[in-house]
Ligand binder design. Structure first.
Ligand code: PGA
Length: 251
């Protein structure tokens, strides 16, 4: 049985004070959760304070990105060890906004996934097709390439979480139907089975893209959807906790 995950990606939102207040509300509201994991990914500037605020609770800390080198002359970048130092256990890698606005390639994503695993951070690897690619009918080949390139040279995927995030559904209010999402999740599990055999059934695959408390219950009802990576709806305690409450008891 796979434990569910709800991860909140705060993107470029929240000052330190706002971050601590939101983290505290989430901590309070998730005290009694069972068989699931709640993860929050504040901006870099809030990681330290949020890490301190949620220390010892059931809420885990994630970063939204990292560099693949341990240290060096990379102005403006953050090293994996720095993330561990402030209490991160997860790191989001290859988010479509990183790929689109910061030109991250599948090769960059692969370097980051390998480095995260090497230092003991769990990567939340994001993949997803654009609207154009879906219309052209190449969704599966895009996903296949993204996953295989990202995991190239990765021997053990026990600590990897995959997030399927169709680019056309992110921040648009256009959520994938549960059937559309399940089709891709099932396809991803097939790729993992081909690459890693039996362990593939234990790997969590999250859906992301316009998830709210009103659409999560149908998505979470699908066999291969193990949780959600949430953007907009992770910024308000009620909206985020509402999603978690919908999942509790369903998985
Ligand atoms: P959204 O973002 O929930 O605002 O669509 C999801 C994400 O980018 O992870």
């Amino acid at each position: 049985m796979r434990n569910w995950i709800v991860a909140g990606n705060w993107k470029m939102h929240n000052t330190t004070g706002e971050s601590i207040a939101l983290a505290q509300a989430i901590k309070e509201g998730t005290k009694d959760i069972k068989n699931g994991e709640v993860i929050i990914a504040p901006p870099f500037t809030s990681l330290f304070s949020v890490g301190a605020a949620i220390k010892g609770t059931q809420v885990s800390l994630a970063a939204q990105n990292m560099h693949h080198e341990d240290k060096g002359a990379f102005t403006g970048e953050i090293a994996p060890g720095m993330l561990k130092d402030v209490g991160c256990t997860y790191v989001i890698i290859g988010h479509s906004e990183r790929r689109k606005y910061f030109h991250e390639s599948d090769e960059d994503v692969n370097l980051k996934v390998k480095k995260a695993l090497a230092v003991g951070l769990k990567p939340i690897l994001c993949v997803g097709e654009t609207e154009d690619e879906r219309v052209k009918g190449v969704t599966q080949s895009i996903i296949d390439t993204q996953i295989k390139k990202a995991l190239s040279g990765v021997e053990n995927i026990d600590n990897v979480v995959i997030a399927y995030e169709p680019v056309w559904a992110i921040g648009t209010g256009k959520v994938a139907t549960s059937a559309q999402a399940e089709e891709v999740h099932h396809f991803i599990r097939g790729i993992l089975k081909e690459l890693y055999g039996a362990v593939s059934k234990d790997i969590r695959i999250l859906y992301g893209g316009s998830v709210t408390k009103d659409n999560i219950s149908e998505l979470i009802g699908m066999e291969n959807i193990d949780g959600a990576l949430v953007g907009g709806a992770s910024l308000k305690p009620d909206a985020f906790l509402g999603i978690i409450n919908q999942i509790t008891g369903k998985k």
